[in-house]
Design a protein. Sequence first.
Length: 172
Amino acid sequence: MIPNAVKEEDLRHDLLQSNVSDDKHGTDSIIIDTFEGEGTFFSTIFTLSNSCIGAGILSLPFAYKNAGIATALGLTLVYVAIMAFTLHILIFCTEAVRQKDPSVRNYQGIAGHLFGSKGEVAVEITICVFLFGACVGILVIIGDMSEPIVNKVCGHMEGGRQIATVSSSSLR
């Protein structure tokens, strides 16, 4: 138990040190990230895989049916090779940046270190656009799936899909 406690304390110390910055008034401000839960390595891998695969896996049978098994399988293997190569490059860049600056801990920091502030901003904008698109996609799915329920509860009325979409987007 003691080695784990020491490692956790070192990790917390490293996080605090990496989040201390000088603000414009010359005083140090500390941003403390809080982490809840006890995630394991395997639960992290499962969550990451689930996020990467997402709802796209649901469209594979339709794509295979329309493209044919050989074409679809060939394209899937090509995309797997491209993704593996891209991940290899990302790991290589991360290791190179971390050797020069161990305080870099996120994707934007890596882009900022490799491409400067413009690269960091470009990555942040790309991530925001991607997340906005994902949110819109989820709202469309919710609207499509809940329209029959709204029509059943409220009777067949005009705008059932819009009511379902707006009401689900306002929930927290």
